[in-house]
Design a protein around this ligand. Sequence first.
Ligand code: FES
Length: 127
Amino acid sequence: CRVEYLNYEVLDDRGWDLDDPDLMETAADGGLDREDYGQFWVRPRESLLEAAERHGFAWPFACRGGACANCAIIVLEGDVRTRVDHVLPQEMLDQGFQLSCNGMPVTDELQVVYNVKSMPELEDLLL
Ligand code: FES
């Protein structure tokens, strides 16, 4: 699976909108560092967090076990299946939130915003 990713901190700093359908194009043209925007490949049975780490990126996490939401991402395009999730309520899943620590792609292409733990929605869920 090919993942296109964007750091939420950059989006927030630049005042970009998560709902903008051209968000990833804007990011691609934004002259961002590789750690903030880019693409990588996820291997079979690899989580998004593991794939990010294998590519040398330090995505946030704490428990790695589906209990804290520090690793939360928002899936803009494609689908992710998270095996263990004790923390995200259904309404957040409906909005596209998933956990990168054990979330695995189920589509060939994904667009995700990572590092969303500073979003107000996550505030009460972080351990
Ligand atoms: Fe805690 Fe993913 S790191 S839920």
